[in-house]
Write a protein that binds this ligand. Structure first.
Ligand code: SF4
Length: 185
């Protein structure tokens, strides 16, 4: 009996490794600059992201996916939920829209593969100007997700551990790196 369980665990481990590789290849095929698989211990949680959102960000009180949204969870509440996941993938692009489209496509594919809790995190680039700036309802609530950093994750520290680029910038004219993530299972 023991060897049977061993066989099942091996099979599960191989299936998971296959799916990680599959999502990485899917993201790269869709145009991401980098896609890396992570384990939950690779994610650096830090509630200080809320300070940077509250003070100094022009989206505060406006963006529909921001932590200022009425009823938004706090970083420490998000952490409890995200720590229930064991793995996922990080998506990097120099194009905000590509980063979002790729992560959403991976979320959908993961869901269809049976990972029913799969959820993506990405800066929203669906509208030219977020409807929240005009006090209107979100134009695309089925696709809009919170940004990777906005849920209390130190994206700098997290992606640097994978050797991926992310620096503070003096102005928006400098080249930007956009990061999304999909928490798969
Ligand atoms: S879909 Fe449009 S309105 Fe909704 S969060 Fe994204 S940019 Fe804002």
């Amino acid at each position: 009996m023991l060897w049977e369980w061993g066989g099942i665990w091996n099979w599960l481990g191989n299936a998971m490794a296959d799916d990680k590789g599959y999502f990485v290849e899917l993201g790269l095929g869709l145009g991401a600059d980098d896609v890396v698989a992570f384990g939950i211990d690779d994610i650096v949680f830090d509630p200080r992201t809320l300070l940077k959102c509250m003070f100094g960000c022009g989206d505060w009180g406006k963006g529909h996916t921001c932590p200022s949204r009425p009823g938004a969870l706090k970083p420490w509440e998000y952490q409890k939920m995200f720590e229930r996941y064991s793995w996922g993938v990080i998506v990097h692009s120099t194009d905000k829209k590509v980063s979002q489209e790729v992560s959403f496509a991976i979320e959908r594919e993961a869901f269809l593969k049976g990972y029913y809790f799969a959820i993506s995190l990405s800066d929203c680039a669906l509208c030219k100007e977020c409807a929240g700036y005009k006090g209107l309802a979100c134009a695309n609530p089925k696709k809009a997700r919170p940004a990777f950093h906005s849920v209390g994750i130190d994206v700098f520290k997290t992606v640097h551990a994978f050797g991926l680029p992310l620096e503070t910038l003096a102005s928006e004219d400098e080249g930007q790196n956009w990061y999304s993530a999909v928490f798969v299972e």
